[in-house]
Write a protein that binds this ligand. Structure first.
Ligand code: ASP
Ligand code: CP
Length: 324
């Protein structure tokens, strides 16, 4: 795949497209050709935003943003994506003020929202919630994070970030660091990277290792991965260092969280060991894993990563609504 292979994609009626009317629940739905298509549309969206700002591609369409867990980026970028494409949004960002607090089930909640909206973006604390919602709904459900399961749209924007920052996706050495057990973004991203022959390093405390469900899939696909408890040996050969937050909200034992939360901190000193050309990424929010002194380092890609997320989510909305 070359970075600019399909920058001029038609935007308009594309109801025969592979993702038209489809749910986006897991990265397993995406092959290399699909990814190339998503990235081509995302590039077109970037050009549009930079030159025009908004268009009427999704005029008259409505997105329901249904968030059972906190979010800044995913929620606001989907909202911005819909609005930049001329559509509008029903925001349910604090379900406690909705009828969920009266005991309404997830299936009934999505059946309600699809009466008013054309697509539903769902974040939930339980693995499999998006799939359960998709069973109940006729309209497309986009998984915006299901507990410690997956975060597919994040992984798509992460891959787009790598492609933009390094100019390629094949054969990279990618090191994932931090909470690999509960961090859903690394579960999705490592699966996607397996399509590109990545060499993976997983660095974490013993208690927060990558789940066997993910590593077994990687092994089945012939992807080599190595687990470590220290970063220093692998950093010099790393093309992408993907840092994650220790997921406090998933711990039953808060004392254990406290003992692990600062297991790894990236500082300017750490970055001295890294390649001159590499990308330091983080899905954010960060809570101390990357010192703010690193922000000015040109390799720190985490703020650009958020912006790429807008374009990728615009592409996904246009695709599921049959306009790209
Ligand atoms: N924002 C990402 C997620 O929701 C990462 C994180 O919260 O640590 O999975
Ligand atoms: N990266 C990410 O999902 O951020 P939010 O939790 O703020 O949406």
């Amino acid at each position: 795949m070359t970075p600019s292979s399909s920058a001029h994609l038609p935007l308009g009626d594309q109801r025969s497209g592979r993702f038209y009317g489809k749910d986006i629940l897991t990265v397993a739905q995406f092959g290399r050709e699909d990814l190339e298509y998503v990235f081509g549309v995302a590039e077109a969206m970037r050009t549009m935003v930079q030159h025009i700002g908004t268009i009427d591609l999704l005029k008259g369409k409505i997105l329901a943003n249904l968030f059972y867990e906190p979010s800044t980026r995913t929620q606001s970028s989907f909202m911005a994506a819909m609005q930049r494409l001329g559509g509008s949004v029903i925001p349910i960002s604090e379900v406690r003020y909705s009828s969920v607090s009266k005991g309404e089930s997830l299936p009934d909640t999505v059946r309600t929202l699809e009466c008013y909206a054309d697509v539903i973006v769902l974040r939930h604390h339980e693995v499999g919630a998006a799939a359960q919602a998709a069973e109940a709904a006729r309209k497309p459900i986009i998984n915006a994070g299901d507990g410690p399961g997956e975060h597919p749209t994040q992984a798509l924007l992460d891959l787009f970030t790598i492609r933009e920052e390094l100019g390629r996706l094949d054969g990279l050495t990618v090191t994932m660091l931090g909470d690999l057990k509960f961090g859903r973004t690394v579960h999705s991203l490592s699966r996607l990277l397996s399509l590109f022959g990545a060499k993976l390093h997983f660095v974490s405390p013993e208690q927060l290792r990558m789940p066997a469900k993910v590593t077994d899939e990687l092994t089945a696909r012939g992807i080599s991965y190595v687990e470590h408890t220290s970063l220093s040996a692998v950093l010099p050969e790393t093309d992408v260092l993907y840092v994650t937050r220790v997921q406090k909200e998933r711990f039953e034992d808060l004392a254990l969280y406290e003992s692990l939360k600062h297991a790894f901190i990236i500082t300017p000193e750490t970055m001295k060991l890294a390649k001159p050309k590499m990308a330091l990424m983080h899905p954010l929010p960060r809570v101390g894993e990357i010192s703010t002194d690193v922000d000015a380092d040109p390799r720190a890609a985490y703020f650009r990563q958020m912006e790429y997320g807008l374009y990728v989510r615009m592409a996904l909305l246009a695709m599921v609504l049959g306009k790209a």
